[in-house]
Design a protein around this ligand. Structure first.
Ligand code: AVJ
Ligand code: FE
Length: 461
């Protein structure tokens, strides 16, 4: 595909900046009062007003100081919004900008960015601006914080403020024999993982490299709430055989026996969704399960989680040409028929939806709906070079040294809350294996010929 010329690219960047700010305001100043913006919903999350000023501070750092060389606007606030200096739990105690000040500050940053965009030159020999990279990085950064703020909204106990947009009806889901249970065989052989030429790909997606995989089966759809209820009914949460040793510790320590936000009342499983109560939707992909629960379910089902490479081959490899593509359906951008992304709904689409978004081999819902836990630890690809800063990914790699290293599992594919600028088949997300407030589910895989531990497979259907 040809790259757009620089003026077209700048128009696109300006439009993306405008759109992401509108989204951020919808999740903060348009839906919450000052008291809620500054309060902390959970020690796991930042106060909303921290995220709001942080995205503007990051934009100032990269699009003003790094690109145009200007001095800091308010040097005294930088350390407040440095995620590495202050863990989430302590952010409400900091002398943060008040909502009004935060809004004015990020608006001033934005005005200066749009002014300078007209004169900045995107130089092919400058990796920061080539193809508009650093602008893409900032757009993706704000969208990632918007998804984080949605997780904060999900944790809120106060009266609901977010509504499903009325025009966005549930997508049609034709009855499909593959829904819940079907598997797809991915043939053995090499494919290109990651990318060297996607201009907005972040450092951890690079470089493109060849990975040769044995044949494997992967589920055609994510695991549904009905599937997960079957695991629960079979005593899965109380059977140590299915659990990773650390997962069994987690299970006993926390007493958890159901996904996050689920509770039982009057003989029925209910869930809280953005402040409203509803029956657990049987046909939806399960969300708010941690890696340990996903891992245990897979073992009970006689399967395992896919590796990150298996997930990506299923999502990108075209058996007809042998080429890796941008999306499961090809190189064309996502739209509402192909994937449930971009917070169009406040929920995943039913399992089996989006046949137009299937891979050539019929694997569905790889992009959007729910992030999918993989079995892989978060590491750099062969030839990895951190860019433009080590703290985006490198310090989190397994084997890195420092306070943040190790223990992270990779998630792929994006959720219903992920913007398309982030929801691509090379994008890598990561989190701790105990994390449940993110919009994460999973699908299972298995090796051809079987690689199951003794005792596994009781739940295989
Ligand atoms: C890639 C989602 C794990 O939220 O910690 C935000 C993204 N990096 N600000 C995170 C990120 C810097 C990151 N995740
Ligand atoms: Fe950030």
């Amino acid at each position: 595909t040809r790259q757009p010329d620089e003026d077209t690219l700048k128009e696109l960047i300006a439009a993306e900046l405008l759109a992401v700010r509108d989204r951020s305001f919808g999740l903060t100043v348009r839906s919450l009062d000052d008291a809620e913006l500054t309060a902390q919903v959970s020690p796991l999350m930042s106060p909303f007003v921290w995220d709001l000023a942080h995205v503007g501070n990051y934009e100032e750092l990269w699009l003003l100081r790094a690109v145009t060389g200007v001095e800091p606007m308010r040097p005294e606030i930088d350390s407040l919004y440095d995620a590495f200096e202050h863990p989430r739990a302590e952010r409400p105690t900091l002398p943060l900008l008040a909502p009004r000040e935060a809004r004015d500050y990020i608006a001033t940053v934005r005005d200066k960015v749009l002014d300078s965009l007209a004169t900045v030159r995107f130089r092919p020999d400058d990796p920061l601006t080539a193809g508009g990279f650093v602008y893409g990085m900032v757009v993706q950064h704000e969208h990632q914080h918007d998804e984080t703020m949605l997780a904060t909204h999900q944790l809120r106990k106060a009266a609901p403020v977010l509504l499903d947009p009325p025009e966005a009806a549930e997508p049609e889901c034709e009855s499909w024999p593959g829904a819940g249970g079907g598997e797809v065989l991915i043939k053995a052989g090499p494919f290109e993982m990651g990318t060297s030429d996607d201009p907005w790909a972040l450092d951890n997606e690079r470089p493109g490299h060849i990975v040769d995989l044995p044949a494997y089966f992967i589920d055609a759809t994510p695991v549904s709430c009905a599937d997960h209820l079957a695991f629960m009914a079979a005593g899965g949460y109380d059977d140590e055989r299915w659990w990773h040793p650390d997962g069994w510790d987690w299970r006993r320590r926390t007493g958890r026996r159901a996904p996050g936000f689920w509770f039982r009342e009057g003989g029925q499983w209910l869930r809280r969704r953005f402040g409203r109560i509803e029956p657990v939707p049987l046909d939806e992909p399960v969300q708010h399960v941690c890696w340990y629960e996903a891992d245990a379910y897979a073992r009970w089902a006689g399967k395992r989680l896919p590796t990150e490479a298996e997930w990506e081959k299923a999502a990108r490899w075209d058996p007809a040409t042998g080429r890796s593509r941008r999306h499961p359906w090809g190189d064309e951008p996502p739209d509402a028929s192909r994937a449930n992304l971009a917070q169009r709904l406040l929920r995943p689409s039913p399992v089996g939806s989006h046949p137009e978004g299937a891979s050539p081999q019929g694997v569905r819902q790889l992009l959007g709906d729910v992030w999918e836990w993989t079995s892989s630890d978060f590491r750099g690809y062969p030839g990895f070079r951190s860019f433009p800063y080590r703290e985006y990914s490198e310090v989190f790699f397994t084997g890195a040294t420092g306070p943040h290293d190790g223990g992270y599992k990779v998630l792929r594919g994006g959720s219903w809350a992920t913007h398309p600028s982030v929801g691509r088949s090379t994008f890598r997300n990561w989190d701790h294996p105990i994390r449940r407030q993110i919009f994460a589910g999973f699908r299972c895989a298995r090796s051809v010929g079987g690689d199951l531990p003794p005792g596994a497979g009781a739940g295989h259907r």
